[in-house]
Design a protein around this ligand. Sequence first.
Ligand code: ADP
Length: 201
Amino acid sequence: MRVVLLGPPGAGKGTQAQVIAQRLGVPAISTGDIFRANVSGQTELGEKAKAYMDAGDLVPDEITVAMVKDRLAEPDAKSGFLLDGFPRTIAQAEQLRESLGELGHSLDRVLELVVDEEELVRRLSGRRMLVDGEMIQRDDDKPETVRHRLQVYREQTEPLSGFYESAGQLSRIDAIGEVEEVTARAMTALGADDPGQPSTD
Ligand code: ADP
């Protein structure tokens, strides 16, 4: 299955991506994680991406698209994947559609995690991650950068919702609630059996 997870920063994409990908048996591919690994590894790609990321801006499309194409060409992504954080612009979405099309493939579904803005700001400013045994705040989770990232989302990424809706590929998922509840809604939207959840009917 080929799936895209869409949603604003703080919607829980990273968490859901891991669980859903595992249940589907496909790799979870997070462009944010790949960029962060390159920044800490001080690679050429990391050097290029760092300033944009620290400012809460998007890394330019050419850099991002080339990176995703390389990743999707790896053997584990041949028969399916779950993309988390890509595409983030209409241009990225068009290029993704084109490169999948060249292989005779298309996306099976785009899941949009929906969370209201007040909850997003609350989640992001309280978010910490574990690095070398310490809980630290991501540089781009500082309040002023968070506001900027939300604005970038509204301007550049939110239009993807309409793009995929008119293609009949979009499912909106209410992303408020327990992690398992949100996963169950996503699995239902994917039409995938969810053995982890007891039936409620
Ligand atoms: P979040 O979803 O919490 O905003 P991510 O980990 O997905 O965070 O992304 C962190 C940063 O990495 C983004 O703010 C951006 O600078 C960069 N980035 C990730 N994915 C993309 C993408 N598809 N296009 C451009 N920049 C990206």
